[in-house]
Design a protein around this ligand. Structure first.
Ligand code: ADP
Ligand code: MG
Length: 399
């Protein structure tokens, strides 16, 4: 789960991580009130969307008068902000964060991630802050240092020293960076984050270290331990298809193609999408119904996939180990009876209770296309989709 910059900063403040004074505003009047409350004569108006690269896209502006706070807030609120992370469709801005303008001496990069390769929490540090770290990694990888943390000891002095060096900090800042790194690590571990990115971490004119931006991802599987964090979820920032799926406990990723996929297991879902592409089609989604799916769950998955207007054919690919093919078949039949499905549906079942599953499908009398192997299923769904498309086009032309 992602949260907004202002929420991340609120959370970090609880861990004594230095940020600059700021307030959230939903309209330009409260933006001005926020600027007055903060004081000073330089502020920054920052669009709150779940994507980075806002500065480049025109969503972060430095302003030097209250009039400007008002006019720039008006400009940013309601704008469709396009950044390299939002995709071409962009994201509507509904909130701005008004922050004290900071005297920046240097912009640095610091993040914490879980590295699945070494099963540890890793700090990533670089002197090249404020820009895309992907670009730095591509062009000057020697400017990035990764330090993995021993989980039993937590962050140690030697780690603080290497990270601070990688950030290009002088020794007089070691105390400050030590406290900052320890507090960030504590926040990361205690709240089950999967990513905490501070870009930029800045060195101010007063030689303080301050987090000017904060991007946080939480591990969805641990959210049940943090009800207060779960409340920070902002559904307006999510793909509506994905929010609906998350509400139903399904793992779903919306894609651009038109063949809907219902699969059990993430690995099999990936293989299914690859095979669809190999057969000349484009998947509309990634949907993992998980192990032990009940007929109700399968029916939910089916309805979810069908609610995507782009879906013009559906492929159900189940390799049942923990799952049962008969339950999956019952779910599909149930869904097909409730939802009007006007697109071709191809089903491939294998594994536990496959004969029973096939029997249920056959006896349902529903126009389901069956397949035995994954390749066969992918080819059939692509052919069925193309034929269906041709027929519909002909009808439209005939009319
Ligand atoms: P994004 O990464 O989405 O572009 P940031 O919060 O990193 O958004 O802001 C972009 C840039 O704007 C920063 O690299 C920094 O140069 C500047 N900036 C952001 N917040 C402030 C602030 N409070 N004071 C001064 N400059 C800021
Ligand atoms: Mg940033």
């Amino acid at each position: 789960m992602n949260i907004h910059e202002y929420q991340a900063k609120e959370l970090l403040k609880e861990y004594n991580v230095p940020t600059v004074p700021g307030f959230l505003a939903l309209d330009s009047e409260s933006a001005v009130a926020a600027a007055k409350e903060i004081g000073g004569d330089v502020w920054v108006v920052k669009a709150q969307i779940h994507a980075g690269g806002r500065g480049k896209g025109g969503g972060v502006k430095v302003v030097k008068s209250l009039e400007e706070v008002k006019s720039i807030s008006e400009e940013i609120l309601g704008m469709n902000l396009v950044t390299h992370q939002t995709g071409p469709k962009g994201q509507l801005v509904r909130k701005v964060y008004i922050e004290k303008g900071t005297n920046i001496l240097d912009e640095l990069y610091l993040s914490i991630v879980v590295d699945r390769a070494n099963s540890r929490v890793n700090f990533i540090a670089s002197t090249e802050g404020g820009m895309d770290i992907e670009e730095v990694a591509e062009n000057t990888p020697e400017k990035i240092l990764t330090v993995d943390i021993n989980p039993s000891s937590g962050i140690e002095e030697k780690d603080v020293i290497s990270i601070s060096k990688a950030l290009g900090l002088d020794d007089d800042l070691l105390m400050k960076s030590g406290a900052l790194l320890k507090n960030l690590y504590k926040a990361f571990v205690e709240t089950d984050m999967s990513l905490l990115e501070i870009n930029p971490l800045v060195l101010t004119g007063d030689r303080d270290l301050v987090c000017l931006d904060a991007k946080v991802n939480f591990d969805d599987n641990a959210l049940f331990r943090h009800p207060q964090i779960s409340e920070l979820r902002d559904k307006s920032q999510e793909d509506p298809r994905e929010s609906r799926a998350a509400d139903r406990g399904l793992s779903y990723v919306g894609l651009e193609g038109n063949i809907g996929c219902i699969v059990n297991g993430a690995g099999l879902a990936m293989a299914t999408m690859d095979t669809i592409k190999l057969a000349g089609g484009e998947p509309a989604n990634f949907l993992d119904i998980g192990g032990g799916a009940t007929p109700e769950r399968v029916a939910k998955a089916f309805r979810l996939v069908m609610s995507d207007q782009n879906v013009q054919a559906v492929l159900v690919n189940i390799f049942a180990g923990i799952n049962r093919c008969d339950w999956v078949a019952m779910g599909v039949v149930q869904a097909l009876k409730e939802v009007t499905v006007e697109v071709p549906v191809v089903i491939r079942l294998a594994g536990t209770n496959v004969e029973e599953g096939q029997r249920i499908l056959a006896q349902s009398g529903l126009p389901i296309i069956r397949a035995n192997t994954l390749m066969e299923a992918a080819e059939r769904v692509v052919v069925a989709w193309q034929n269906d498309l041709k027929q519909n086009t002909n009808i439209r032309i005939a009319q």
